[in-house]
Design a protein around this ligand. Structure first.
Ligand code: HEC
Length: 202
């Protein structure tokens, strides 16, 4: 009697043991990071609240960058502002991350700062140069959004065609960003994106 029962029970225990081992070394699907493309119409109430937070952070980053840029161009000219921007832009992102409890950044298909490379979910947005906001949901409830950035007149001082950028500004860009690709843009052209990842609130 005992032996008859033992066989299925033992093999079940063994199976559980091995599947347990498997889980420890290879993450199961639910543990792996996966992003799903979504649309604004499909967002539920929680995601809509996350979207509002993303939008606020994006607006604050744009306004803070702009006021810092204007002030430093006024004080030191565009060549001086390049140095200021190189320190200030990453610091502003960090501050907003802490303040809003999210992750914000900027990226492009032509990078000035190589550390602004896109996160994985942004890669195809960058590849197809998507001109509209894109929305993604991660399997842990994080909402990710991209916001396109276009070139306005003041941007040309540092992102215009190389022969229209002043010699001092070009020298300053070369000094801070030896692998710079972010020149040659024209007015109204897509320059890149703000991107925001907002975790689901507890
Ligand atoms: C004074 C020069 C200057 C001006 C003017 C300027 N930028 Fe930049 N831009 C920079 C520098 C320097 C960086 C790299 C900042 C960093 O390290 O994140 C940068 C980075 C960026 C990035 C991030 C992607 C990348 O290439 O690293 C975007 C997007 C961008 N600029 C858009 C703009 C737009 C749009 C304007 C006009 C509203 C503008 N910039 C005006 C100097 C400038």
């Amino acid at each position: 009697m005992h032996k008859l029962f033992c066989l299925p029970i033992c093999s079940l225990t063994l199976a559980a043991f091995f599947s347990g081992c498997e889980k420890a070394s290879v993450p199961s699907d639910s543990q792996a990071v996966s992003w799903t493309s979504t649309t604004i119409e499909q967002l539920d109430e929680t995601a809509a609240e996350q979207l509002a937070r993303a939008f606020d952070a994006r607006n604050e980053m744009e306004a803070t960058l702009k006021s810092n840029l204007v002030a430093s161009i006024k004080a030191d000219g565009p060549m001086g502002a390049v140095g200021v921007c190189s320190m200030i832009a990453p610091a502003i992102a960090k501050e907003l991350n802490a303040k809003h409890g999210l992750t914000i950044g900027r990226t492009s298909f032509k990078l000035r700062n190589p550390t602004n490379a896109p996160p994985a979910w942004m890669e195809w947005v960058v590849e197809v140069k998507q001109e509209e906001s894109a929305y993604f949901l991660k399997n842990d409830g994080t909402l990710a959004v991209s916001y396109p950035i276009h070139i306005a007149t003041p941007c040309l001082l540092c992102h215009g065609h190389a022969d229209t950028i002043s010699e001092q500004t070009r020298a300053s860009i070369e000094e801070h960003y030896p692998s710079d690709q972010a020149t040659g843009f024209a007015i109204d052209e897509l320059r890149g994106w703000f991107w925001v990842e907002v975790p689901a609130s507890d």
